[in-house]
Design a protein around this ligand. Structure first.
Ligand SMILES: [Zn+2]
Length: 328
């Protein structure tokens, strides 16, 4: 059976042997901790978390992480990190949905309390508890650096196909992490301006990890993804896992944006005045009325001319879009 079938049938844990150099522990369904047993002398290991499938219909990241897992299990990819691999929302993966009850990636940092109990609130509680347990492992506590890459694919088309969202941080962003993102040949970075309930914000805020949500393109159903379109990400992840830092950027343009404002839907009268298929990072003219609801409207004001994640269909209280300014 292939690894994806084993994962979806919850049989991966019993079927995947690892080489003796790796200590493998399954901490929950779809959560694998791998600790290298042959430690390099006088050098601390860094710690890395890679998660995929927090949204169940975002399949390409799951296939990429399974590929990494297969290489680690076969011993063809060396592991130079304490590693936690997470397949986020297995029930939603099985049904090909973004989520079963509510969006898991709005619930971290205790925000699951704001939602009625269900599949995702349980998983958010479980994942937070596992992350705490992982960070209390002696080998992990002893690390120099912590990184977390949460892999996603976007729903809509995008003027920048691959981009990273960096959580809001009061501390600075690590230069070597930003360099790795640039070298991975993604097209853009977006810096958040406020705290949020994403998985990457949680690991950044509570564990000082260099974290990001990595949007790697558009995904098709399982088995239909052309993984060559994501080969830069797969290569960059292998490079990170193996601790080699050997990748170099090939693409020219690398844009940076910051979030200036969030459009929050708070009323049934909410309207977004752009077509539903408007691409991420579309530039809008100064003065354009982009959204309105009872007693409130949003106008495009320079320099925040770019729209990200426009979606009028979100539930009341949730974000219907972000307005970005380009950094020069
Ligand atoms: Zn997603």
């Amino acid at each position: 059976m292939d690894l994806l079938t084993l994962l979806l049938e919850n049989k991966l844990e019993d079927s995947l042997p690892f080489p003796p150099a790796l200590k493998a522990s399954w901490l929950a369904e779809g959560v694998l901790q791998l600790l290298p047993q042959e430690l390099p002398q006088e050098k601390k290991l860094d710690t890395l978390i890679i998660s995929a499938g927090i949204h169940g219909n975002e399949t390409a990241p799951v296939e990429i992480v399974l590929q990494l897992l297969s290489q680690l299990a076969q011993g063809s990819l060396p592991l130079r990190h304490n590693l936690l691999l997470i397949f986020g929302n297995l029930p939603a993966m099985r049904t090909g949905q973004r989520y079963i009850d509510n969006d898991l990636n709005r619930m971290f940092g205790g925000r699951q309390q704001n939602f009625p109990p269900g599949n995702e609130t349980n998983r958010a509680i479980e994942l937070e508890s596992i992350i705490r347990q992982f960070f209390s492992e002696p080998a992990v506590m002893d690390s120099n650096k912590y990184r977390h890459l949460d892999l996603h694919t976007a729903i809509r088309g995008s003027c920048h196909e691959q981009f990273a969202l960096l959580p809001y941080q009061t501390r600075g962003y690590a230069a070597d992490f930003l360099q790795w993102l640039e070298d991975s040949d993604i097209d853009a970075l977006v810096f958040h301006n406020s705290a949020g309930g994403t998985f990457s914000h949680f690991t950044s805020e509570y564990f000082n990890a260099d974290s990001c949500t990595l949007e790697i393109g558009k995904a098709l159903p399982f088995g239909q993804n052309d993984l060559t379109r994501f080969s830069n990400i797969a290569t960059a992840l292998q490079d990170l896992v193996a601790g080699s830092f050997s990748i170099r950027r090939n693409k020219r343009v690398f844009k940076r944006y910051r979030v200036v404002d969030a459009i929050i839907k708070q009323h049934d009268s909410f309207q977004l005045n752009i077509p539903e298929d408007t691409k991420n990072f579309t530039e809008l003219p100064d003065g354009f009325d982009i959204a309105s609801q009872q007693n409130q409207s949003w106008k495009i004001l320079s320099p925040a001319n770019f729209i990200l994640f426009p979606n009028a269909q979100v539930a009341i209280g949730l974000r219907a879009g972000l307005l970005l300014a380009q950094l020069t």
